[in-house]
Write a protein that binds this ligand. Structure first.
Ligand code: PAF
Length: 328
């Protein structure tokens, strides 16, 4: 009898949250990202940290680690999330296909019409399923935050259409769909962790890169010779807000609910902040000498990148792609 009691007691102790009332749970959590404090990821993160502190009356503190302080890039930091060395991470989908393959479906070029379309898909059933899929990789995905529509930039000259970009040596994220799309468009893409990009641009190892307005602006890429910015908006870049499943599972249920709710609440705030600031940032960039090409022939990029859909048809069926593209 004593033995049975001991076994039951040991089993209960192995479930971390049982018996931990929210009032007793205390933690200091690490939140990481690859970008600096000026980027909307980190403005959102600061808001998240403030809300969690306020709502738990200081029991849980979230400390911010921007600018790749906790890893060379987003791949390494996602590994940190998996292992529990990092508690929270805002990341692009760049390397995430290596952890949860289904997320790559969002990486196809010219898939989303506009932000309204983005919100419809990410906040609906498809988005929730993609977040849930991360559980298999020992990751709790709380919400979709935002990076934005990506744009091509370079040091060689204005790019108005796909022909102008031919042969440009550009950095892409470590992402097989993006890599294939740029190859199909006739550019010369090299995958690279974000932490290495500024120096590679400065040293002219590469001619260009592609990223949303907020990334270009917060990293001041014109100081690395990126004079030409083309509004190609070739792909939407979502940013899953990830949590280590180890950390999540160790929390009392009440705090888990609070993290999920606050993650979603900040997603709305962070996406709006990002979108509302884009035009002003473009104007500021122009004042710093960046030549912004607005009248890009996006159709020429769309046509050239089109074959990637069939290239990945074994992984993503036409029906799955159509469900996203035709969402209304
Ligand atoms: O280009 C990238 O790697 C990403 O867009 C960045 C800048 C790290 C933000 O997630």
């Amino acid at each position: 009898m004593k033995r049975v009691f001991m076994l039951v007691f040991a089993a209960l102790m192995a479930i971390p949250w049982i018996g931990t009332a929210a009032a007793e749970y205390k933690a200091t959590l690490k939140l990481a990202s690859a970008v600096n404090m000026d980027h909307p990821y980190m403005v959102g993160s600061q808001r998240f940290a403030d809300l969690i502190k306020e709502r738990t009356k200081g029991r849980i503190t979230v400390k911010l680690y921007p600018s790749n302080q906790l890893g060379k890039g987003e791949r390494e930091m996602t590994e940190g999330i998996q292992q529990g060395a990092i508690d929270l991470l805002v990341t692009s989908t760049g390397p995430l296909g290596g952890f949860s393959p289904s997320i790559n479906i969002l990486d196809f070029p010219f898939m989303f019409r506009d932000f309204k379309h983005v919100d419809l898909v990410l906040d609906g059933k498809i988005g929730q399923k993609l977040l849930d899929d991360f559980e298999k990789a020992n990751i709790k995905a709380l919400a979709f935050w935002e990076n934005g529509f990506r744009n091509l930039t370079n040091s060689r000259g204005p790019v108005k259409n796909v022909a102008d970009g031919k042969g440009l040596k550009i950095r892409t994220m470590e992402n097989k769909v993006h890599l294939a799309a740029w190859k199909a468009a006739g550019l010369n893409p090299t995958p690279m962790a974000w932490g290495e990009v500024f120096t590679a641009l400065q040293q002219k190892v590469i001619d260009g890169q592609e990223n949303p307005i907020a990334v270009f602006y917060s990293a001041k890429l014109w100081d690395a010779g990126q004079k030409y910015f083309s509004l190609t908006k070739h792909v939407y870049s979502p940013s899953p807000f990830l949590m280590s499943k180890k950390t999540f599972d160790a929390m009392p249920k009440e705090d888990q609910q609070l993290f999920l709710k606050t993650g979603l609440e900040v997603a709305k705030f962070q996406r709006k902040l990002n979108r509302d600031a884009e035009e002003a940032k473009l104007k500021e960039m122009a004042k710093s000498g960046v030549i912004v090409t607005r009248d890009v022939d996006r159709e020429s990029f769309k046509k050239a990148m089109g074959p990637v859909y069939s290239e990945f048809s074994a992984q993503f069926s036409k029906a799955e792609i159509d469900a996203i593209m035709n969402a209304k």
